[in-house]
Design a protein around this ligand. Sequence first.
Ligand SMILES: Cc1ncc(COP(=O)(O)O)c(C=O)c1O
Length: 406
Amino acid sequence: MTEQVTRATFDEVMAPNYAPAAMIPVRGEGSRIWDQEGKEYIDFAGGIAVTALGHSHPTLVKTMRDQADKLWHLSNVLTNEPALRLAKKLTEKTFADRVFLANSGGEANEAAFKLARRYAFDHFGPEKNEIISFYQSFHGRTLFTVSVGGQPKYTEGFAPVPGGIKHCEYNNIESLKEIISDKTCAVVMEPIQGEGGIIPADPEFAKQVRALCDEHKALLVFDEVQSGVGRTGTLYAYEQTGVTPDILTTAKSLGNGFPVAAMLATEEVAKSLAVGTHGSTYGGNPMAAAIAEAVIDIVDTPEVLEGVKKRHQLFVDELNAINEKYHAFKEIRGMGMLMGAEVADEFAGHAKDFLTHAADEGLFVLVAGPNVVRFAPSLIIPEADIKQGFERFERAVAKTVAALRK
Ligand SMILES: Cc1ncc(COP(=O)(O)O)c(C=O)c1O
């Protein structure tokens, strides 16, 4: 018999590292979700930029069922057809020649950072080991990835942390110039900072980062865990920066909620990930790979990618219309289906209040730090759901503003 569980059960048995909302969703379809009480929500959060094709997408459900009937797991002692097909697809559609499959964004980044160190070690010796990343960046929660990430709150209390990591200012090339050197093995950047507040890289900045990497024989790593798989309107955001990285990591939307990630690299760089240097029991699992392959097939079509750009405009128009009435936000920014509304100065630190009121109204949104309300919905969210979602968001904004202005 299935045991009855409630939100209170979370506080009894789960590690206390999350503070989930009071309701428990039990079912989703497209961009709608229902909780235990039957209350319906419109999903502008997409599981934090994950459910790119919405909930229970029929093709993905069928793909998963078909694969479940065939083969679940082998380990990397053997390879499998879905993993090979997925890797082939990713190399055909990107700059990359080689793929390492993993299970989460953090794990893909861990592989990328290890590969960058190993490549430098192989070609230039052990002294070239410094990794540079940017303040406010986010690359995962393993000890190495939180250390590379540019948010000190995530390493607090976890020392000693890995060394050989430096940080500088995003979108400020002078700041990078001050610390990059021939000891740098890699510069790591998100083409659009997600957790850091939805901040797109200035294309000129990205080009100069590439040039500095070349000058110092450092690899350029793009963390596209959040921005990848069509979210910005191209399969990967790097295509819009005019800059090609040496290594790219992708996760989140890649499995539409099924855990899967990949690290992509050029032939030359990937050589350093020789037999025995790295691995993962589940990485390249046939279930995950089959689903990711189906996701890529659906997303990488003009229909979906053009649709992302069209929907972006709809979101921006709706947000601007609401903002004209309530003056709640000082900037609306982002790319494709990854957008942020930075709260006006009078509401600084209160982005979460908008999220809470939105949930009360039957709408899931996200925050990105204390000042930015974030939207990362399905890439194929129906127009009617966008319209209705913004009716709910307007009520939430009205309530939040009224409460905070009291
Ligand atoms: C840019 C970026 N990199 C890495 C990660 C970590 O991914 P995961 O939580 O799957 O380990 C995230 C998650 O938010 C992310 O946004």
